[in-house]
Design a protein around this ligand. Structure first.
Ligand SMILES: Cc1ncc(COP(=O)(O)O)c(C=O)c1O
Length: 446
């Protein structure tokens, strides 16, 4: 390898700082000036591609980044209002927390447990699926994961080979393209705008299908748009996938957050023949206000679940037993607490949509599910506000944060520019204050 015109042999270079002398008790103590990764001077081994291409290509989660920025400003005493986080503001219901407290003091939960999940939880998820979605999944075809995110990654890893294409309706949740690419796949975006409620037609999906198409990602109710697919739309897309042998990976994590009695359904109920080529993703985070507990699951054909379990057995092993016991309480309990939260989200949804639609240049389809509004802000871009002229939704989001201390996630995190995502899972007072600030700021546009 050449560096500065000289041959450098990385293996032969040892940073002197690591050769600490033994002290009088023969205990090796690291010298206090060593900082991991800080040796950028002449002794640092010169290697190319220090970080692998696969990981270098991953962008930080934009939603977590916006949330972290808002929390940091808040911690510094700024009156920031954050619409970035995708999490309920409610505490986890008491009966779930109490189950976890009991579990933490039982030594049976202090040990490794089966990588695929506690049998009692897999059985409970099977029963819950029958209760809520109406179809049968044997416990053996359920894999409990560290949050829905691990299920997302493992689902792609289980069916995608290098170069396989995955059709991804856009706007999409920011993690999907990264998880597809990490698995070696190629995300193929199919954009559907607000005039079609952010739901693509079968014709649009078909236009994106090639010889390499392996799977389609479905997310209903949708993060980031709040769109909810109708039974007819699900059935049409399910039949298309079946006809062309396309796997369906369906993320149903917002299943209980549907408003206005919007008709919808589970694709497996509508097209049962898909059972052999469908993976269902779900978890307790959004439904039970359990984002921090990290329990999700994937369900699918035996061979896929077996393969994903093998992967997980090397990657993370079992999910924390205490969190799994809490999840048992969540999925076996009734849905009263969930219903209370859903009603609060519904009220906030209507307030938010009403306030956002009063902003000149914003256009907001009414979200039917999840807890996000996704206005198009195209009518504001190119206008001047306080001396700045945002041309993209990313620039507009920066302007809003800088000028009125309100954090929103720009459309660039979910596909094309020109949109903002605002979560309405925050208190009514904060919601009204935050959107009022945006209203006043955008009113200055000229
Ligand atoms: C659509 C969707 N799927 C899956 C997840 C993953 O949830 P978690 O990993 O917190 O269980 C999220 C979280 O934001 C999501 O919005």
């Amino acid at each position: 390898m050449k560096a500065s015109g000289r041959d450098v042999r990385p293996v032969a270079v040892l940073a002197p700082a690591t050769c600490a002398k033994k002290d009088s008790h023969s205990v090796r103590r690291p010298p206090s000036h060593v900082v991991l990764g800080a040796e950028k001077g002449k002794n640092r081994p010169v290697t190319k591609n220090r970080v692998s291409a696969r990981l270098s290509a991953i962008a930080e989660s934009a939603t977590l980044a916006v949330d972290a920025k808002a929390k940091a400003l808040k911690a510094a005493g700024r009156p920031v209002i954050g619409f970035g986080a995708g999490e309920p503001d409610f505490p986890t219901p008491d009966y779930i927390v109490e189950a976890a407290i009991r579990a933490a003091s039982d030594p049976v939960n202090h040990r490794y447990s089966p990588a695929a999940g506690l049998p009692v939880l897999r059985e409970a998820i099977s029963a819950k699926t029958k209760r809520d979605a109406g179809y049968d999944v044997p416990a053996s075809q359920i894999l409990v994961t560290n949050g829905g995110k691990q299920a997302v990654y493992q689902a792609f890893a289980a069916v995608v080979d290098e170069g396989d294409e995955v059709i991804l309706p856009a706007p999409y949740w920011t993690t999907y393209p990264e998880a597809i690419a990490l698995a070696g796949g190629v995300p193929v975006e199919v954009f559907a705008g607000p005039q079609q409620d952010y739901i693509p037609t079968v014709e649009q999906l078909e236009a994106a299908r090639t010889e390499r198409t392996k799977a389609l990602l479905l997310c209903s109710p949708s993060n980031p748009t709040g769109a909810v697919w109708s039974p007819e739309q699900l059935e049409a897309v399910g039949n298309w996938a079946l006809e062309h042998g396309v796997w369906v990976i369906t993320d149903e994590i917002y299943e209980h957050l549907v408003y206005d009695d919007t008709p919808t359904g589970a694709i497996l109920n509508l097209v049962p023949e898909l059972a052999d080529t469908t993976i269902v993703l779900n978890g307790v985070a959004k439904t039970f206000a359990m984002t921090g507990w990290r329990v999700g699951w994937m369900m699918g054909p035996s061979d896929v679940i077996k393969a994903a379990t093998n992967l997980q057995s090397h990657l993370t092993s079992n999910v924390c037993n205490v969190a799994q016991r809490a999840a048992v309480a969540a999925v076996t309990g009734d849905l009263d607490a969930v219903d209370g939260m859903r009603r609060a989200f519904d009220r906030r949804r209507l307030i938010m949509v009403d306030m956002l639609s009063q902003i000149d240049g914003f256009s907001v389809p009414v979200p039917k599910g999840a807890f996000y509004a996704y206005p198009s802000v195209a009518g504001v871009l190119g206008k001047t506000i306080r001396g700045r002229t945002p041309q993209t939704s990313s620039e507009l989001a920066d302007l809003i944060l800088d000028e009125v201390e309100v954090a929103v996630v720009p459309g660039e995190a979910f596909g094309p520019s020109g949109y903002l995502r605002l979560s309405y899972a925050l208190s009514d007072d904060d919601l009204i204050e935050g959107v009022s600030r945006i209203q006043k700021l955008i009113a200055e546009a000229e």
